[in-house]
Design a binder for this molecule. Structure first.
Ligand code: SAM
Length: 834
């Protein structure tokens, strides 16, 4: 799919600016007439026919000899690129000759009949594509299309069919959009398989046994790109550079992206309001919004990933393979290759991937077919935990969790169980027979029936190998492993986020804590807290931490982690930040308008232990506010404080958002991006809200995966005693929801905000909203009209117009932190103050 196939009708060359008619042309004429005498050698001199040339003689060109346009075919000169004015007889003649040459009978090799159609509506599946082709009178051999992609694969039976398709499709469009036709390469093994009969579910049958069909079925082509890229290039595209050059490259990229913040804030600043100082001063630092202090290198460069999500599929040679895809599925690449030479993957992960791959060769269940969305074995994830004080990321791996993703649809239960038993034995034996033996703590199956590999967090989990009871944690343990950051032990459940480079993450969190300028009078909001890593590692430096996280298992982990590390001044709230942020700010700090002052003599240090530690000390007031409504939602947080603009906006249904293109809420580099043009992460009031504040009156609560959450909840009872309110936000790639941004920006007591980002684009979009001065009178939010065609920065600018009048933040400093050596990804930290 690399090159688009040329339209057989030669397209006229793009008109030069001399070709346009009307006023512009007149201005050019005037200008040219004045220079013509002096500079008859202008490169475009007489390369276009004068429009007066075709008109009646009476309307002749008034420029006469000095006109820079040709007045006859003879006078016409070729353009600098060798082409002729497309309206000239010469150009028309050349096109005719070219068309005739095209008519010559040509011999085509079969693979030339495999094509990719680019620009199809994403919502179409194969059936819709076939109907479309049928309606247009396009004949073909096979047509395949997967929902969510703009590319479809069509194989034609002969050159006539192909020619007809080119003619019809490049003129007829799908939904008004142009369809391009590109070449696609058929995989070598697919040519051999074309005669196999195919059963309804896409599984070929050979002598009565079921056989996997490589993705794409019998003849779907593989995009040409896949055969040219190695897995090393696909996974670690910077591996060819020395590490110092990689760092320089990433820092420069981030600097370029940061400059967008300045440009956009300048554009978005209301005309009646003076530009902020930082925008003026940006000229002194090359357009940057603040100083980019540099890039922190990763303490470990190779084998640093503690989590690898291996795809399961077919290699280019047609072998069942566990590894990485060679490119983006949406571009039509489905080939999976072994993780050979991928410097970021640990040796242990490679060994487990190979073990699973060996097992698949004799499994009676098929591997997942990405084109037809059928099959059983889908994905294999290796998560590693390291011992405390690990200095060498690779050698100190002490725990391993293996997550096998399958799709159980239509599979016999007994057969499935039998396969799981065999798999457990294979992995356990494989680990034990390695030299030295590999750690193996737990194996869990994730049964995911959806199309994308990114399974929802509440996907059913089936434990195959359960770790031994860990008495120190006081619970019957489920599938979990442990890692260590800043001398704290972190319990990690299968679906909880944990930074993939633990040692570099430690540096990241330390930097964020330093920039947050914490003290014991600080109330720290840890927004998107995951397993509580940031809040817990900084808890000893603040009065109290309130963590917010939407993944229920991660919240359960965070509470467990507080308990096992003896940290008592943290509260973790389970809910989407956009649903709970406004209410939590009001709960702890009063409503934005109230701006409760801290009276003299009030505690400026840490909150008294008994007030925070013991959940049972929760005030009457708090308890009653936690009453649930009929739908089981927490009334306290569902009720809209009338004076909280962020929440009011959401109730109006304005919460749909897209901060950045093609992103989903995940930090993991290998995941396929999903839903490029959707407001995917939007959570509107119509969606069910997964909102639970753990009940401090109970000793524990049970999570969807069966594990219990120890209760370590602390409350807002005395929160207003805190003088210093800081937010550290660490959102997924898509960035923070606009409702969260609005809540943080409009609450005057938040003076400092540290933004940790794995995606500088979404950081810039969020920062535009945080830092652009608001106007005296807000425009009504137009509900992101036209968002599909807008850049993330453009959308953010649009939103600043409806930002309630509030003090903007000022970008103070930024630092890149390399968590992902050899890849183009990079984390960064940015400090905002006001
Ligand atoms: C980049 S991770 C950071 C986690 C944690 N700070 C850490 O470093 O381990 C982002 C986290 O945000 C959570 N998340 C994603 N969208 C969210 C939302 N709308 N509200 C709250 N949490 C969200 C994810 O589940 C994930 O745990």
């Amino acid at each position: 799919m690399e090159m688009e196939m040329e339209d057989t009708k030669a397209a006229p060359p793009p008109p030069s600016d001399l070709d346009v008619t009307g006023d512009k042309r007149k201005r050019d004429d005037d200008a040219s007439s004045s220079v013509a005498g002096k500079d008859a050698q202008h490169p475009m001199w007489k390369t276009s026919l004068c429009s007066f040339f075709r008109r009646p003689a009476a309307d002749g060109c008034s420029h006469g000899e000095s006109c820079r346009y040709a007045h006859s075919e003879e006078e016409l000169r070729p353009r600098p690129d060798g082409t002729w004015d497309p309206t000239s007889d010469r150009a028309k003649k050349l096109r005719k000759v070219a068309d005739e040459v095209d008519e010559e009978p040509v011999t085509v090799d079969d693979s030339a009949l495999d094509k990719c159609l680019v620009g199809l509506p994403r919502g179409w599946a194969s059936d819709r594509l076939k109907t479309f082709l049928h309606d247009k009178g396009v004949s073909y051999a096979t047509a395949k299309k997967k929902k969510g992609m703009t590319v479809g694969f069509v194989t034609f039976e002969n050159i006539e069919q192909l020619k007809n398709a080119i003619e019809v499709l490049t003129e007829n469009q799908s939904g008004g959009k142009e369809i391009k036709i590109a070449d696609a390469n058929r995989r070598s093994h697919q040519k051999l398989n074309t005669e196999r009969p195919v059963s309804d579910n896409g599984v070929a049958t050979e002598n009565g046994t079921s056989v996997d069909i490589p993705p794409g079925g019998t003849s779907a082509p593989e995009a040409a790109i896949s055969s040219k890229k190695s897995v090393r290039d696909a996974v670690t595209p910077l591996a060819h550079m020395p590490y110092n050059d990689q760092l320089e490259h990433k820092k420069n990229n981030i600097a370029q992206i940061l400059k967008r913040l300045t440009r956009n804030a300048r554009k978005a600043c209301p005309t009646a309001i003076p530009l902020p100082d930082w925008v003026f001063k940006s000229k002194e630092i090359g357009g940057l919004p603040c100083k980019l202090e540099g890039i922190l290198e990763s303490p470990v460069i190779n084998g640093y990933r503690n989590k690898c999500e291996f795809s399961v599929g077919f290699s280019l040679e047609g072998k069942k393979t566990v590894g990485f895809m060679l490119g983006n599925f949406r571009e039509g690449v489905t080939a999976v290759e072994e993780p050979v030479d991928c410097l970021n993957v640990s040796e242990i992960s490679c060994k487990y991937a190979l073990m699973f791959q060996d097992f698949l060769q004799s499994s009676s269940l098929p591997v997942w077919n990405r084109i037809d969305n059928c099959g059983f074995w889908r994905q294999f994830t290796v998560r590693e935990g390291r011992c405390p004080d690990a200095q060498n990321a690779e050698t100190q791996i002490s725990e391993v969790m293996l997550i096998v993703q399958v799709c159980s649809t239509g599979v016999d239960e007994a057969l499935m169980k039998d396969e799981f038993d065999k798999l457990t034995v294979a992995l356990e034996q494989g680990a034990a027979t390695c030299l030295p033996p590999l750690p193996l703590t737990t194996i869990v199956v994730q049964d995911h029936k959806g199309i994308s590999n990114a399974a929802p967090a509440d996907c059913p989990l089936i434990p195959l190998l359960v770790p031994k009871v860990d008495q120190s944690e006081g619970t019957v343990d489920k599938t979990r492993i442990h890692d260590h950051i800043s001398s704290l032990r972190f319990s990690i459940s299968p679906t909880a986020f944990f930074q993939v480079n633990t040692l570099a993450a430690e540096r990241l969190y330390t930097l964020a804590g330093d920039w947050a300028n914490l003290n014991l009078g600080t109330l720290l909001f840890d927004v998107c807290c995951g397993t509580g890593t940031i809040g817990l590692t900084l808890a000893h430096r603040v009065g109290m931490v309130v963590g917010i996280e939407m993944n229920e298992s991660a919240v359960s982990d965070a509470q467990r982690n507080a308990l096992i590390n003896g940290v008592k001044n943290c509260r973790f709230v389970c809910g989407k930040a956009e649903d709970v942020m406004g209410s939590l700010l009001t709960e702890y700090l009063g409503s934005p308008q109230q701006d409760i002052p801290v009276s003299e003599g009030e505690v400026s240090g840490s909150v008294k232990d008994e007030e925070v530690i013991d959940g049972s000390q929760r005030s009457e007031n708090m308890d009653s506010s936690k009453e649930k409504n009929d739908s089981g939602e927490n009334q306290e947080l569902r009720d809209t404080p009338p004076d909280c603009p962020a929440v009011i906006d959401e109730i109006k249904g304005n919460s749909s958002y897209r901060v950045s293109n093609g992103l989903e809420g995940s930090h993991d580099e290998y995941k396929e991006p999903v839903g490029e043009d959707t407001c995917g992460e939007a959570s509107s009031i119509n969606e069910s809200v997964d909102l639970k504040v753990s009940d401090s009156l109970e000793d524990s609560k049970t999570c969807h995966d069966g594990s219990s959450i120890p209760n370590n909840d602390v409350t807002a009872t005395t929160a207003c005693q805190f003088q210093d309110i800081v937010a550290i936000v660490d959102p997924p790639r898509v960035g923070l929801h606009p409702t969260v941004i609005k809540a943080l920006r409009t609450h005057p007591r938040i003076r400092r905000l540290v933004y940790i980002s794995c995606n500088p684009d979404s950081l810039v979009a969020n920062a535009i909203e945080l830092c652009t001065p608001s106007s005296e009178r807000q425009e009504k939010n137009k509900g992101n009209r036209g968002w599909r065609t807008m850049s993330s920065a453009g959308l953010a600018r649009q939103r600043t117009k409806s930002m309630p009048n509030s003090e903007p933040f000022v970008p103070k400093k930024a630092m890149a932190v390399d968590l992902f050596p050899h890849t183009s990804h990079c984390e960064m930290v940015m400090l905002f103050e006001r």
